[in-house]
Ligand binder design. Structure first.
Ligand code: NAD
Ligand code: TYD
Length: 353
């Protein structure tokens, strides 16, 4: 099995690469531009594995992507490369439109040309998995869950660009008959998570005795999934998902942001008592523009149809994650050259004269 993974130097992509190479014994070509969010240190434990190869390329570069596909001849493409941080999308949407929309378009067109050139058996077996987010569905109120049939209603430039890319992927199946499956997952957390996102930012800031900035009043809810559970789900969906279908991925672990931060503080009190009590670092700050109130996934289709189940719950996963950050400064320390921890995504107030 040969799998081309885009974005394999990122958080989820690297977990997918590690899973496919080390657990499944697949041949993997990792195609990644290495933006501020990508680092090859996340795939260090496969870099000398004979089943693993890396190509630095931009998914918007059709020539480079075509050449990579033609020479690697994948049985599957798992497309994860994206600009992924909501706060950055608020102040710099262009990169999101370019990579998430035009980059996905380029991936689909290059994959289509290759797929059409395959002999019938290869054509039949080929799959393209487009990896997306539950944020395309917008915001939930107190009740209800995102289902695969929930209408799209994105709030941020990030989620709007992912929604656009999902629509392209669906259209490429309907119009060209391409064997594409789409997955929409809730918030991930775990090792190798770039420290601009809530959970790693809070762990590292707590370790350093810096303020823990909670947006608004901290009652926004996210549904947390351990990244390795997501990687396994993606492999299963790419292998057995029905063409043209969407699968929602989530671990049924809804938490208010403030409770996530408090849990991290309690774990830090146990594991790094020097800074006790870490809760005293919690600081409420100006809310994110367009902040979605609640996300929650109904993963019944994936569980019943494809037999996936999350192995970690939030309590086990968050403890592993905090311990991992405390033990792996070699990984996150150097990434500060790319991000210094300062607040992202605030609009400048324009005062009218
Ligand atoms: P990430 O930001 O950690 O990694 C993205 C990777 O893509 C990086 O290695 C980066 O270098 C690469 N990349 C960016 N632009 C590129 C380009 N133009 N060409 C080639 N490579 C490029 O993101 P992540 O959290 O690992 O997310 C991976 C995918 O999963 C994304 O499509 C995201 O929308 C989706 N997703 C993420 C979450 C989450 O909680 N993080 C949840 C659901 C879905
Ligand atoms: P984030 O990790 O950016 O993921 P997403 O916006 O894709 O859900 O944020 C998770 C939640 O945490 C979100 O509701 C915003 C909030 N948040 C804070 O309260 N403080 C922070 O410093 C960050 C980065 C996020």
């Amino acid at each position: 099995m040969r799998v081309l993974v885009t974005g394999g130097a990122g958080f989820i992509g690297s977990a997918v690469v590690r899973h496919l190479v080390l657990e499944k014994g697949y041949e993997v070509l990792n195609v990644d531009k290495l933006t501020y969010a990508g680092t090859l240190t996340s795939v260090k434990n496969v870099e000398t594995n004979p089943f693993y190869r890396f190509l630095q390329a931009d998914i918007c570069d059709g020539q480079a992507i075509s050449a990579a596909i033609s020479s690697f001849r994948p049985d599957r493409i798992m497309h994860l490369a994206a600009e992924s941080h909501v706060d950055r999308s608020i102040t710099g949407a262009r990169d999101f439109v370019e990579t998430n929309v035009l980059g996905t378009f380029t991936m689909l067109e290059c994959a289509r040309a290759y797929w059409q050139s395959l002999e019938p058996a290869g054509k039949e077996a080929f799959r393209f998995l487009h990896v997306s987010t539950d944020e395309v569905y917008g915001s939930l109120s107190e009740d209800g869950l995102f289902e695969e049939t929930t209408p799209y209603d994105p709030s941020s430039p990030y989620s709007a660009s992912k929604a656009a890319s999902d629509h392209l992927a669906k259209a490429w199946t309907r119009t060209y008959g391409m064997p594409i499956v789409v997955s929409n997952c809730s918030n991930n957390y775990g090792p190798f998570h770039f420290p601009e996102k809530l959970i790693p930012l809070m762990i590292i800031s707590a370790l350093e005795g810096k303020p823990l900035p909670v947006y608004g009043n901290g009652v926004n809810i996210r549904d947390w999934l351990f990244v390795e559970d997501h990687a396994r789900a993606l492999d299963i969906i790419a292998e057995r998902g029905r063409i043209g279908e969407t699968y929602n991925v989530g671990g049924r672990n809804e938490r208010r942001n403030i409770d996530v931060v408090k849990r991290i503080c309690t774990l830090m009190d146990e594991l790094h008592p020097a800074g006790k009590p870490h809760e005293s670092l919690i600081t409420y700050v100006q809310d994110r523009p367009g902040h979605d109130a609640r996300y929650a996934i109904d993963a019944t289709k994936l569980e019943n149809e494809l037999g996936w189940k999350a192995q970690e719950n939030f309590d086990t996963g968050i403890e592993k994650t905090v311990k991992w950050y405390l033990e792996n400064e070699w990984w996150w320390g150097p990434l500060r050259q790319n991000y210094d921890g300062s607040r992202l995504g605030l609009l400048k107030t324009v005062t009218q004269k």
